[in-house]
Design a protein around this ligand. Structure first.
Ligand SMILES: N[C@@H](CCC(=O)N[C@@H](CS)C(=O)NCC(=O)O)C(=O)O
Length: 215
């Protein structure tokens, strides 16, 4: 058995943050596939009792420890490995600031937007999608501006703030109906920089469950 197990599925950008971190630090890890689409597994009482009371993916299992919330998982792995770790109080606070902004406003809107657009049955209400799209455009522009003056979110080197923010950004443009790198040139070069890190893999190659049956 591998040192780390990650509850995840290929379509989850929230889980991708943790899977990517595990791969980039060269951890000994294996995925545990969660059937989100057919069985709604995270919503089952068994999952909430046995895996995560919050009913969410990802969950990282490390020995007796079970961690959820990708930001917590990223911090834990950075502390243990010493890699992608914000150094000093200022960097730690700055990383946390971007991770919370990301969870709530960047990928926190992008994930549900994509879900309502291509996975939900019936698809999301156009008014809801339009609201989310407005927020997404605004928040991606904030990230793009941040990256205009520095190679990575905190500065010269990549940290867990970057690995949080990439969550949904490598999924194909057709899943969103708009092309994020084409519309945000600083995000585009930053995504290429992260892609060049040893151990980088696309979410569909890193986590199980792609393609979905019938698609
Ligand atoms: N802030 C959480 C978000 C996790 C999250 O929303 N995960 C989705 C899958 S991508 C989920 O498990 N949703 C459960 C549900 O919709 O019932 C994190 O970063 O870990």
């Amino acid at each position: 058995m591998a040192e780390y197990q990650l509850y995840c599925f290929a379509q989850s950008g929230n889980a991708y943050r943790a899977a990517l971190m595990l791969n980039l630090i060269g951890a000994d890890w294996e995925p545990t596939w969660v059937d989100f689409f057919a069985k709604g597994e995270p919503r089952t009482p068994e999952y909430r009792t046995g895996v995560n009371e919050m009913g969410e993916v990802p969950v990282l299992v490390h020995g007796k420890r079970k961690l959820s919330q990708s930001g917590v998982i990223l911090s834990y792995l950075a502390e243990r490995s010493g890699k992608f770790k914000p150094e000093g109080e200022d960097e730690r606070l700055e990383a946390l600031r971007w991770i919370i902004f990301d969870n709530q406003k960047v990928n926190g809107f992008l994930g549900p937007y994509r879900f309502l657009r291509i996975f939900a049955k019936p698809p999301g209400d156009p008014a809801v999608l339009a609201f989310l799209k407005g927020r997404i455009d605004n928040n991606l522009a904030i990230v793009d501006k941040r990256l205009a003056g520095r190679p990575f979110v905190l500065g010269a080197r990549p940290t867990i703030a970057d690995l949080s923010l990439v969550a949904y950004l490598y999924y194909p443009a057709e899943e969103f109906g708009f092309d994020i790198p084409a519309q945000h040139k600083h995000i585009a070069v930053w995504l290429d920089r992260i892609k060049a890190l040893p151990g980088w893999k696309h979410p569909y190659d890193l986590m199980p469950g792609h393609p979905l049956p019938g698609r």
